[in-house]
Design a protein around this ligand. Structure first.
Ligand SMILES: Nc1ncnc2c1ncn2[C@@H]1O[C@H](COP(=O)(O)OP(=O)(O)O)[C@@H](O)[C@H]1O
Ligand SMILES: CCCC(=O)OP(=O)(O)O
Length: 356
Protein backbone atom coordinates (compact mmCIF):
# COMPACT_ATOMS: atom_id res chain seq x y z
CA UNK A 1 0.00 0.00 0.00
CA UNK A 2 1.13 3.57 -0.74
CA UNK A 3 2.68 5.30 2.26
CA UNK A 4 0.93 8.41 3.52
CA UNK A 5 3.34 11.21 4.38
CA UNK A 6 3.04 14.74 5.72
CA UNK A 7 5.73 17.15 4.55
CA UNK A 8 6.39 20.47 6.32
CA UNK A 9 8.54 23.34 5.07
CA UNK A 10 8.49 26.43 7.29
CA UNK A 11 10.01 29.50 5.59
CA UNK A 12 10.65 33.00 6.87
CA UNK A 13 7.30 34.24 5.56
CA UNK A 14 5.44 31.04 4.66
CA UNK A 15 4.50 27.62 5.99
CA UNK A 16 4.32 25.19 3.07
CA UNK A 17 3.00 21.69 3.66
CA UNK A 18 1.50 18.81 1.75
CA UNK A 19 0.06 15.36 2.24
CA UNK A 20 1.03 12.60 -0.16
CA UNK A 21 -0.04 9.03 -0.78
CA UNK A 22 3.05 7.53 -2.34
CA UNK A 23 4.01 10.25 -4.84
CA UNK A 24 0.41 11.38 -5.36
CA UNK A 25 -0.43 14.77 -3.87
CA UNK A 26 -3.58 14.67 -1.72
CA UNK A 27 -3.25 18.39 -1.13
CA UNK A 28 -0.56 21.04 -0.90
CA UNK A 29 -0.74 24.45 0.78
CA UNK A 30 1.45 27.51 1.08
CA UNK A 31 0.21 29.74 3.92
CA UNK A 32 1.71 33.24 3.84
CA UNK A 33 2.55 35.02 7.11
CA UNK A 34 2.74 38.78 7.23
CA UNK A 35 5.44 40.53 9.25
CA UNK A 36 2.67 41.80 11.62
CA UNK A 37 1.38 38.28 12.16
CA UNK A 38 4.84 37.03 13.18
CA UNK A 39 5.87 40.18 15.08
CA UNK A 40 4.51 39.04 18.50
CA UNK A 41 6.83 36.00 18.51
CA UNK A 42 10.15 36.90 20.07
CA UNK A 43 12.02 33.75 19.06
CA UNK A 44 11.44 31.67 15.96
CA UNK A 45 10.68 28.60 18.07
CA UNK A 46 7.85 30.59 19.71
CA UNK A 47 6.02 30.26 16.37
CA UNK A 48 5.75 26.50 16.84
CA UNK A 49 2.18 26.39 18.15
CA UNK A 50 0.88 29.00 15.73
CA UNK A 51 2.24 27.19 12.67
CA UNK A 52 1.36 23.69 13.95
CA UNK A 53 -2.23 24.75 14.68
CA UNK A 54 -2.52 26.10 11.12
CA UNK A 55 -1.53 22.71 9.75
CA UNK A 56 -3.90 20.90 12.08
CA UNK A 57 -6.82 23.10 11.07
CA UNK A 58 -6.14 22.56 7.36
CA UNK A 59 -5.88 18.79 7.93
CA UNK A 60 -9.29 18.97 9.61
CA UNK A 61 -10.75 20.97 6.69
CA UNK A 62 -9.35 18.41 4.26
CA UNK A 63 -10.73 15.52 6.30
CA UNK A 64 -7.29 14.02 6.88
CA UNK A 65 -6.57 12.12 10.09
CA UNK A 66 -3.58 13.81 11.82
CA UNK A 67 -2.74 10.44 13.39
CA UNK A 68 -2.70 8.56 10.08
CA UNK A 69 0.76 9.20 8.66
CA UNK A 70 3.50 6.66 7.94
CA UNK A 71 6.12 9.39 8.32
CA UNK A 72 6.40 13.14 8.73
CA UNK A 73 9.27 14.93 6.99
CA UNK A 74 10.36 18.48 7.78
CA UNK A 75 12.86 20.85 6.21
CA UNK A 76 15.97 20.64 8.35
CA UNK A 77 17.40 23.65 10.09
CA UNK A 78 20.56 25.17 11.51
CA UNK A 79 22.07 22.10 13.16
CA UNK A 80 25.74 21.31 13.49
CA UNK A 81 27.32 20.70 10.06
CA UNK A 82 26.22 17.27 8.73
CA UNK A 83 26.25 15.19 5.56
CA UNK A 84 23.49 15.29 2.98
CA UNK A 85 20.70 12.66 2.95
CA UNK A 86 17.94 11.61 5.34
CA UNK A 87 18.21 12.07 9.11
CA UNK A 88 15.93 10.85 11.90
CA UNK A 89 14.70 13.62 14.19
CA UNK A 90 15.98 12.44 17.58
CA UNK A 91 16.03 14.13 21.00
CA UNK A 92 19.50 15.59 20.44
CA UNK A 93 18.52 17.08 17.09
CA UNK A 94 15.37 18.48 18.65
CA UNK A 95 17.39 20.19 21.36
CA UNK A 96 19.86 21.69 18.85
CA UNK A 97 17.00 23.00 16.72
CA UNK A 98 15.30 24.47 19.78
CA UNK A 99 18.40 26.29 21.01
CA UNK A 100 19.46 27.21 17.46
CA UNK A 101 22.89 25.65 17.85
CA UNK A 102 24.08 27.20 14.57
CA UNK A 103 21.69 30.16 14.46
CA UNK A 104 18.04 31.06 14.02
CA UNK A 105 16.00 30.57 10.86
CA UNK A 106 12.40 29.49 10.31
CA UNK A 107 13.57 26.14 8.92
CA UNK A 108 14.62 25.18 12.49
CA UNK A 109 10.89 24.63 13.04
CA UNK A 110 10.80 21.95 10.31
CA UNK A 111 12.30 19.18 12.43
CA UNK A 112 10.50 20.33 15.59
CA UNK A 113 7.08 20.38 13.92
CA UNK A 114 7.73 17.08 12.13
CA UNK A 115 8.62 15.44 15.46
CA UNK A 116 5.43 16.64 17.18
CA UNK A 117 3.17 15.74 14.27
CA UNK A 118 4.78 12.30 13.87
CA UNK A 119 4.13 11.51 17.54
CA UNK A 120 0.37 11.55 16.87
CA UNK A 121 0.82 8.75 14.32
CA UNK A 122 3.55 6.93 16.29
CA UNK A 123 5.49 7.30 13.04
CA UNK A 124 9.08 8.33 12.37
CA UNK A 125 10.02 11.97 11.80
CA UNK A 126 12.78 12.81 9.34
CA UNK A 127 14.58 15.78 7.90
CA UNK A 128 16.52 15.69 4.62
CA UNK A 129 19.35 17.75 3.14
CA UNK A 130 19.14 20.47 5.81
CA UNK A 131 20.63 23.93 5.30
CA UNK A 132 23.80 22.88 7.16
CA UNK A 133 24.79 20.11 4.74
CA UNK A 134 28.56 20.39 4.63
CA UNK A 135 30.46 18.68 1.82
CA UNK A 136 32.98 21.47 1.21
CA UNK A 137 36.48 20.75 -0.06
CA UNK A 138 39.44 21.72 2.14
CA UNK A 139 40.29 24.89 0.23
CA UNK A 140 36.71 26.17 0.44
CA UNK A 141 36.74 26.02 4.25
CA UNK A 142 39.59 28.48 4.59
CA UNK A 143 38.95 32.22 4.72
CA UNK A 144 41.63 34.89 4.92
CA UNK A 145 42.05 34.41 8.67
CA UNK A 146 42.03 31.22 10.78
CA UNK A 147 39.55 32.77 13.24
CA UNK A 148 36.94 32.85 10.48
CA UNK A 149 36.45 29.38 8.94
CA UNK A 150 33.91 29.45 6.11
CA UNK A 151 30.60 27.67 6.78
CA UNK A 152 28.33 25.77 4.44
CA UNK A 153 24.83 27.18 5.06
CA UNK A 154 22.65 27.15 1.98
CA UNK A 155 19.54 25.92 0.18
CA UNK A 156 20.88 22.37 0.15
CA UNK A 157 17.51 20.70 -0.37
CA UNK A 158 16.48 22.71 -3.42
CA UNK A 159 20.00 22.90 -4.84
CA UNK A 160 20.35 19.12 -4.73
CA UNK A 161 16.80 18.47 -5.97
CA UNK A 162 17.21 20.79 -8.97
CA UNK A 163 20.72 19.50 -9.66
CA UNK A 164 19.28 15.96 -9.81
CA UNK A 165 16.56 17.22 -12.17
CA UNK A 166 19.13 18.83 -14.52
CA UNK A 167 21.25 15.68 -14.42
CA UNK A 168 18.14 13.64 -15.33
CA UNK A 169 17.40 15.97 -18.27
CA UNK A 170 20.91 15.29 -19.55
CA UNK A 171 20.37 11.54 -19.16
CA UNK A 172 22.95 11.35 -16.40
CA UNK A 173 23.08 10.60 -12.69
CA UNK A 174 23.60 13.52 -10.29
CA UNK A 175 26.65 11.67 -9.01
CA UNK A 176 28.23 11.87 -12.48
CA UNK A 177 27.75 15.61 -13.06
CA UNK A 178 29.63 18.86 -12.59
CA UNK A 179 27.08 21.61 -12.04
CA UNK A 180 26.76 25.15 -10.75
CA UNK A 181 23.47 25.81 -8.97
CA UNK A 182 22.22 29.30 -8.07
CA UNK A 183 19.19 29.52 -5.73
CA UNK A 184 17.92 33.08 -6.12
CA UNK A 185 15.25 33.96 -3.57
CA UNK A 186 14.93 35.63 -0.16
CA UNK A 187 18.43 34.26 0.38
CA UNK A 188 20.87 33.55 -2.44
CA UNK A 189 23.29 30.64 -2.56
CA UNK A 190 25.52 29.58 -5.42
CA UNK A 191 27.18 26.17 -5.19
CA UNK A 192 29.60 23.98 -7.11
CA UNK A 193 28.28 20.42 -7.33
CA UNK A 194 30.90 17.83 -8.24
CA UNK A 195 29.80 14.21 -8.56
CA UNK A 196 27.08 14.54 -5.90
CA UNK A 197 28.96 16.80 -3.47
CA UNK A 198 28.58 20.54 -2.97
CA UNK A 199 32.28 21.33 -2.69
CA UNK A 200 31.94 25.10 -2.34
CA UNK A 201 29.01 27.40 -1.64
CA UNK A 202 28.47 30.84 -0.11
CA UNK A 203 26.90 31.12 3.32
CA UNK A 204 23.45 32.38 2.31
CA UNK A 205 22.58 33.67 5.77
CA UNK A 206 25.59 35.54 6.89
CA UNK A 207 27.43 38.08 4.79
CA UNK A 208 28.76 36.06 1.87
CA UNK A 209 27.98 35.93 -1.84
CA UNK A 210 25.59 38.19 -3.79
CA UNK A 211 23.14 40.48 -2.00
CA UNK A 212 19.55 39.25 -2.09
CA UNK A 213 16.10 40.75 -1.66
CA UNK A 214 16.69 41.06 2.11
CA UNK A 215 20.36 40.14 2.78
CA UNK A 216 23.54 42.11 2.33
CA UNK A 217 25.73 39.31 0.97
CA UNK A 218 29.46 40.10 1.19
CA UNK A 219 30.32 43.59 2.49
CA UNK A 220 33.53 45.68 2.56
CA UNK A 221 34.86 44.27 5.82
CA UNK A 222 36.92 47.29 6.93
CA UNK A 223 33.89 49.56 6.73
CA UNK A 224 31.85 47.00 8.64
CA UNK A 225 34.44 46.94 11.45
CA UNK A 226 34.38 50.73 11.62
CA UNK A 227 30.60 50.71 11.94
CA UNK A 228 30.68 48.01 14.64
CA UNK A 229 32.96 50.19 16.78
CA UNK A 230 31.34 53.52 15.98
CA UNK A 231 28.94 53.27 18.92
CA UNK A 232 26.05 54.21 16.64
CA UNK A 233 24.51 50.75 16.27
CA UNK A 234 23.77 47.77 18.50
CA UNK A 235 24.90 44.26 17.59
CA UNK A 236 21.31 43.35 16.70
CA UNK A 237 20.96 46.38 14.45
CA UNK A 238 24.09 45.44 12.55
CA UNK A 239 22.97 41.80 12.28
CA UNK A 240 19.69 43.07 10.85
CA UNK A 241 21.59 45.05 8.20
CA UNK A 242 23.14 41.75 7.08
CA UNK A 243 20.02 39.55 7.29
CA UNK A 244 16.51 40.90 6.94
CA UNK A 245 17.36 44.56 6.33
CA UNK A 246 20.02 44.27 3.61
CA UNK A 247 19.87 44.06 -0.18
CA UNK A 248 16.70 45.38 -1.86
CA UNK A 249 15.14 46.00 1.55
CA UNK A 250 17.94 48.43 2.50
CA UNK A 251 18.07 50.31 -0.79
CA UNK A 252 14.42 50.25 -1.82
CA UNK A 253 12.40 49.60 1.34
CA UNK A 254 10.95 46.35 0.05
CA UNK A 255 12.12 42.75 -0.01
CA UNK A 256 9.59 41.80 -2.65
CA UNK A 257 11.53 40.93 -5.81
CA UNK A 258 8.40 41.08 -7.93
CA UNK A 259 7.68 44.60 -6.75
CA UNK A 260 11.25 45.73 -7.53
CA UNK A 261 10.99 44.28 -11.04
CA UNK A 262 7.64 46.04 -11.53
CA UNK A 263 9.01 49.34 -10.26
CA UNK A 264 11.99 49.06 -12.61
CA UNK A 265 9.68 48.29 -15.54
CA UNK A 266 7.58 51.35 -14.65
CA UNK A 267 10.64 53.62 -14.99
CA UNK A 268 12.09 53.72 -11.44
CA UNK A 269 15.82 54.22 -12.21
CA UNK A 270 17.01 53.17 -8.73
CA UNK A 271 15.00 49.94 -8.78
CA UNK A 272 16.33 49.31 -12.29
CA UNK A 273 19.96 49.73 -11.18
CA UNK A 274 19.52 47.59 -8.08
CA UNK A 275 17.81 44.81 -10.01
CA UNK A 276 20.60 44.78 -12.61
CA UNK A 277 23.18 44.82 -9.80
CA UNK A 278 21.65 41.76 -8.15
CA UNK A 279 21.90 40.02 -11.51
CA UNK A 280 25.50 41.24 -11.93
CA UNK A 281 26.50 39.87 -8.52
CA UNK A 282 24.85 36.49 -9.14
CA UNK A 283 26.58 36.23 -12.54
CA UNK A 284 29.93 37.14 -10.98
CA UNK A 285 29.49 34.46 -8.29
CA UNK A 286 28.62 31.89 -10.95
CA UNK A 287 31.76 32.95 -12.83
CA UNK A 288 33.82 32.31 -9.69
CA UNK A 289 32.32 28.82 -9.42
CA UNK A 290 33.30 28.15 -13.05
CA UNK A 291 36.90 28.30 -11.81
CA UNK A 292 36.09 25.92 -8.93
CA UNK A 293 34.92 23.47 -11.61
CA UNK A 294 38.02 24.26 -13.71
CA UNK A 295 35.75 25.16 -16.61
CA UNK A 296 34.42 21.58 -16.95
CA UNK A 297 30.73 22.38 -16.49
CA UNK A 298 27.83 20.11 -17.49
CA UNK A 299 25.24 22.76 -16.70
CA UNK A 300 24.22 25.79 -14.69
CA UNK A 301 20.92 25.64 -12.78
CA UNK A 302 18.99 28.84 -11.97
CA UNK A 303 16.28 28.33 -9.36
CA UNK A 304 14.42 30.04 -6.46
CA UNK A 305 11.58 32.56 -6.51
CA UNK A 306 13.44 35.15 -8.57
CA UNK A 307 14.08 32.61 -11.35
CA UNK A 308 10.42 33.33 -12.21
CA UNK A 309 11.51 36.72 -13.48
CA UNK A 310 12.11 36.77 -17.25
CA UNK A 311 14.20 39.92 -17.21
CA UNK A 312 16.55 38.52 -14.56
CA UNK A 313 16.90 35.29 -16.52
CA UNK A 314 17.69 37.28 -19.69
CA UNK A 315 20.42 39.32 -17.99
CA UNK A 316 21.94 36.18 -16.50
CA UNK A 317 21.74 34.35 -19.80
CA UNK A 318 23.63 37.16 -21.50
CA UNK A 319 26.36 37.15 -18.87
CA UNK A 320 26.87 33.42 -18.25
CA UNK A 321 25.70 31.44 -21.28
CA UNK A 322 29.29 31.22 -22.56
CA UNK A 323 29.99 28.94 -19.57
CA UNK A 324 27.58 26.15 -20.52
CA UNK A 325 24.01 24.90 -20.77
CA UNK A 326 21.52 26.71 -18.56
CA UNK A 327 18.58 25.03 -16.80
CA UNK A 328 15.88 27.29 -15.36
CA UNK A 329 13.67 25.81 -12.64
CA UNK A 330 11.70 28.70 -11.08
CA UNK A 331 10.58 28.39 -7.45
CA UNK A 332 11.65 25.37 -5.50
CA UNK A 333 10.90 21.66 -5.44
CA UNK A 334 11.39 21.37 -1.70
CA UNK A 335 8.12 19.67 -0.74
CA UNK A 336 8.53 17.00 -3.43
CA UNK A 337 12.20 16.59 -2.52
CA UNK A 338 11.25 16.01 1.13
CA UNK A 339 8.48 13.59 0.12
CA UNK A 340 10.90 11.57 -2.02
CA UNK A 341 13.49 11.52 0.75
CA UNK A 342 10.82 10.26 3.20
CA UNK A 343 9.72 7.54 0.80
CA UNK A 344 13.33 6.46 0.22
CA UNK A 345 13.77 6.22 4.00
CA UNK A 346 10.55 4.22 4.46
CA UNK A 347 11.45 1.74 1.73
CA UNK A 348 15.01 1.38 2.97
CA UNK A 349 16.45 2.79 -0.25
CA UNK A 350 18.16 5.53 1.77
CA UNK A 351 20.00 4.98 5.00
CA UNK A 352 18.43 6.94 7.87
CA UNK A 353 21.28 8.70 9.62
CA UNK A 354 21.34 9.41 13.37
CA UNK A 355 22.35 12.88 14.54
CA UNK A 356 24.97 12.77 17.29
N1 LIG B 1 7.59 36.32 -11.02
C1 LIG B 1 8.45 36.86 -10.16
N2 LIG B 1 9.22 37.91 -10.53
C2 LIG B 1 10.10 38.46 -9.67
N3 LIG B 1 10.28 38.02 -8.41
C3 LIG B 1 9.54 36.99 -8.01
C4 LIG B 1 8.60 36.34 -8.86
N4 LIG B 1 8.03 35.33 -8.16
C5 LIG B 1 8.60 35.35 -6.92
N5 LIG B 1 9.50 36.34 -6.84
C6 LIG B 1 10.31 36.76 -5.69
O1 LIG B 1 11.05 35.70 -5.16
C7 LIG B 1 11.30 35.96 -3.77
C8 LIG B 1 11.01 34.73 -2.94
O2 LIG B 1 11.81 33.68 -3.39
P1 LIG B 1 11.76 32.25 -2.70
O3 LIG B 1 12.80 31.41 -3.33
O4 LIG B 1 10.34 31.78 -2.67
O5 LIG B 1 12.14 32.74 -1.26
P2 LIG B 1 12.83 32.03 -0.06
O6 LIG B 1 14.27 31.95 -0.42
O7 LIG B 1 12.54 32.98 1.06
O8 LIG B 1 12.17 30.69 0.08
C9 LIG B 1 10.37 37.10 -3.38
O9 LIG B 1 11.12 38.30 -3.26
C10 LIG B 1 9.41 37.17 -4.55
O10 LIG B 1 8.93 38.48 -4.74
C1 LIG C 1 19.35 29.10 5.93
C2 LIG C 1 19.86 29.14 4.49
C3 LIG C 1 18.77 28.97 3.53
C4 LIG C 1 18.02 30.23 3.31
O1 LIG C 1 18.60 31.32 3.24
O2 LIG C 1 16.68 30.09 3.15
P1 LIG C 1 15.65 31.25 2.72
O3 LIG C 1 16.17 31.86 1.46
O4 LIG C 1 14.38 30.48 2.52
O5 LIG C 1 15.55 32.24 3.83
Amino acid sequence: MNKRTLVINPGSSTTKFAVYEGTKTLFSRSMEHTAEELAPFEAITDQFEFRTNLILSVLREEGIDPAGFDAVIGRGGLLKPIRGGVWAVNELMLRDLQIGVSGQHACNLGGIMAFEMAKKSKAPAFIADPVVVDEMCDEARISGHPEFPRRSIFHALNQKATARRAAGEMGKKYEECRLIVAHIGGGISVGSHVEGRVIDVNNALNGEGPFSTERSGGLPVGQLVDLCFSGTKTKQEIQKMIKGGGGFQAYLGTSNGKEVANRAAAGDAKANLLFRTLAYQVAKEIGAHATVLEGRIDGIVLTGGLANDKWLMEILHKRISFLGRIFIYPGEDELEALRDAGLRALTGESEVQQYQ
